[in-house]
Ligand binder design. Structure first.
Ligand code: AMP
Length: 507
C-alpha cells in the first residue's frame, strides 16, 4: 500500500478536472497534481536518501507545498511539517531531534537553517520555489521546484506497508518540549476512510480550505478528506473572513478552528444566503463555545459539527452527521476507535463521571520519535493511549472534554476542572470568554485564578464575578482573583496558551 496510491485510485476519471483553485484564481488539475508530485518524487529518489529518511518542511502554504507533502509520501519517505512561526531555537531543536535528510525552508530562513542543518547531518537543503542568495551555487541546495522541473513527470509510487511511517507531527508543546508523533500510512488511511463515511462526503463536494498545512487538522482531516473524495478544493493561503465569505457560495464543506467561526460571526456581511450551498461546517482543535454554536445556528441555519482528535491519534470522536449535534460535546467515538474514560486507578468511569480519556484503534500513532520511555509511559498495559485530556461521557455516549490533565488545578487537596468554572463565568452578563488556571499558592498548593475577557462595551468588576460564583459552586472552586484582559493568548490552532497565562499571572 501507499497512502498516495489510495488517493490516486480515487481521483476523478477525468484528470483534467480542477483539483485546486487558489484565491487568486489559479487552477491546478488532478493531472497537474499527479505530474507535479511525480517530478518532486523523482528528484527525491535521485538523492540517494537512506530508507525512512525524514523530509522536513517549513514552508508557506501553497499548492506546491501540498504537492511536496504528497511527493514525499509517494516516494516512500517521511514528511515532517513545521509551523512557519517557529524561530531559530525551535527549528534547531526539531532538526537535532528528527535529523532530517532534507530540509525545505523559506528563502529568508535559508542562511541560519543551513548552518544548523548541515552541521547536524542534513544532506540537502532547499527553498521551495524562490532561490535564496548563496544557495544556488551548491549542488545540494537551491530551489526544489526549479530542480524538479528537469525530472520525469511519471513516477511509480513506492510500495509501503501499513505500519511504515508516513509523517512525524511535532506536538504543539503547550505543556513542555515538543514530541514527534510517528504516524503510519495505515494510521492515516484508516482515519480518512472513516471520516469519509461518517461525514457523508459527496460526489460534488467542494472544500473551502483555510487551515494551515503544517497541522493535522488542515493536512490530514481537511486536505485528505478532499483528496480521498476526489473533490476540488478552493485553497486560501490563510484564514481571512472576507476571503471565506467571498468563496463560500461555491463551496459545500468548510473546516476550521473555533476562532474562525467567531471571526466569521463578528463580520456583519456573513449572512445566511452565503451558506446556501453549504453542507457541512466542521470545528475542532480547540473547544467550540456553546454560545458560538448557537449564534452560528441562528445566523446561518447550520449546526457546526464538532469533532475531537490530536496529532498522536488523528480523529477520535465526532458529533453525528445525521442525528443530534450537541454543543459542548465532541460526540461519540468514531467507528473502529475505542474511547474510554478511566479514574486515577484505571477503572472505567460511569456516565457523567470525569476521568482521563484513553483511546485505542488503527488510527493511533506508533509512539514518539526517539522517545521510547515517554512512549511507554503514555500507553497502558492493554494498549490504550493516554490522551492527557480529561472528560466524561453522557448517557447517550457523547464525550465532553473538561480540559487537559496538566491543566487540572489541585487546591488544598481538592480537584478543580477549569472548564466547569469557565462555563459558569462565560454565562455571566458582560463576559465574552474566560480561562481558569492554577497558580502556585503558599497555603493551598495552587490557587484558582480566572482571566476574563469582557464583551465590547461591558465593564467587569472582579468582586461581582467572585460573588456570583459563590452562589453556585463550592468555595474551593471560586477563583481567588479575577483578572480582566483584552484577549486571551492563543496559538495558531486557536488553543488558549494557559502556560503563558500561568507565567504572566503567577506573580
Ligand atoms: P493537536 O495535537 O495540536 O491537534 O492538539 C490536540 C488537543 O487539542 C487535544 O488533545 C485536545 O486537548 C484539544 N482538542 C482537539 N479537538 C478539540 C475539541 N473539539 N474540543 C476541545 N479540545 C480539543
Amino acid at each position: 500500500m501507499n497512502l498516495y496510491a489510495i488517493f490516486r485510485a480515487r481521483f476523478p476519471a477525468d484528470l483534467d478536472n480542477c483539483w485546486l483553485e487558489t484565491s487568486h484564481g489559479l487552477y491546478y488539475s488532478w493531472r497537474d497534481l499527479e505530474r507535479g508530485s511525480a517530478k518532486i518524487a523523482n528528484l527525491f529518489a535521485s538523492l540517494n536518501l537512506p530508507a525512512g529518511a525524514r523530509i522536513a518542511a517549513q514552508v508557506e502554504k501553497s499548492p506546491e507545498a501540498l504537492m511536496l507533502y504528497l511527493a514525499t509520501v509517494r516516494a516512500g519517505f517521511v514528511y515532517l511539517p513545521l509551523n512557519t512561526a517557529y524561530r531559530a531555537g525551535e527549528m534547531a531543536y526539531f532538526i537535532e531531534n528528527a535529523s532530517p535528510s532534507v530540509v525545505v525552508c523559506s528563502p529568508k530562513n535559508f542562511g541560519w537553517i543551513a548552518q544548523t542543518a548541515f552541521a547536524r547531518g542534513t544532506s540537502h537543503i532547499f527553498t521551495l520555489d524562490e532561490i535564496s542568495p548563496g544557495s544556488n551555487q551548491n549542488r545540494n541546495s537551491g530551489s526544489l521546484l526549479s530542480r524538479a522541473v528537469y525530472f520525469s513527470d511519471t513516477f511509480e509510487t513506492v510500495h509501503r506497508h501499513a505500519d511504515d511511517l508516513a509523517a512525524i507531527l511535532y506536538t504543539s508543546g503547550t505543556t513542555g518540549r515538543s514530541k514527534g508523533a510517528m504516524l503510519t500510512h495505515g494510521n492515516l488511511a484508516s482515519n480518512i476512510a472513516v471520516l469519509h463515511d461518517v461525514w457523508h462526503w459527496q460526489k460534488n463536494d467542494v472544500l473551502l480550505h483555510a487551515l494551515p498545512l503544517f497541522h493535522i487538522h488542515g493536512l490530514f482531516v481537511a486536505a485528505h478528506g478532499a483528496l480521498y473524495n476526489g473533490s476540488k478544493m478552493i485553497f486560501l493561503s490563510k484564514f481571512d473572513s472576507a476571503e471565506v465569505i467571498r468563496h463560500l457560495p461555491r463551496c459545500t464543506v468548510f473546516m476550521g478552528v473555533p476562532t474562525y467561526y467567531v471571526r466569521l460571526l463578528a463580520d456583519q456581511s456573513f449572512k445566511r444566503d452565503l451558506c446556501k450551498n453549504m453542507r457541512l461546517f466542521v470545528s475542532g482543535s480547540a473547544p467550540l463555545l456553546a454560545d458560538t454554536f448557537a449564534q452560528f445556528a441562528e445566523r446561518t441555519g447550520h449546526t457546526i459539527l464538532e469533532r475531537y482528535g490530536m496529532s498522536e491519534t488523528a480523529m477520535l470522536t465526532s458529533n453525528p452527521y445525521e442525528g443530534e449535534r450537541k454543543p459542548g460535546t465532541v460526540g461519540p467515538a468514531l467507528p473502529g476507535v475505542s474511547v474510554r474514560v478511566v479514574d486515577s486507578d484505571g477503572a472505567a468511569c460511569g456516565s457523567g463521571m470525569v476521568g482521563e480519556i484513553q483511546v485505542k484503534g488503527p488510527n493511533v500513532f506508533q509512539g514518539y520519535w526517539q522517545m521510547p520511555d515517554k512512549t511507554a509511559e503514555e500507553f497502558t498495559r492493554d494498549g490504550y493511549f493516554n490522551t492527557g485530556d480529561v472528560g466524561f461521557f453522557d448517557d447517550d455516549g457523547y464525550l465532553s472534554i473538561v480540559g487537559r490533565s496538566k491543566d487540572l488545578i489541585i487546591t488544598g487537596g481538592y480537584n478543580v476542572y477549569p472548564k466547569e468554572i469557565e462555563s459558569l463565568i462565560d454565562e455571566l452578563p458582560g463576559v465574552m470568554e474566560s480561562a481558569v488556571i492554577g497558580i502556585p499558592h503558599p497555603d493551598f498548593g495552587e490557587a484558582v485564578v480566572a482571566i476574563v475577557v469582557a464583551r465590547s462595551g461591558a465593564i467587569l468588576v472582579e468582586q461581582d464575578i467572585i460573588h456570583a460564583l459563590k452562589n453556585s459552586i463550592a468555595n474551593f472552586k471560586v477563583p481567588k482573583r479575577v483578572h480582566v484582559v483584552n484577549e486571551l493568548p492563543r496559538n495558531t490552532m486557536g488553543k488558549v496558551q494557559k502556560n503563558l497565562l500561568r507565567e504572566q499571572f503567577s506573580a
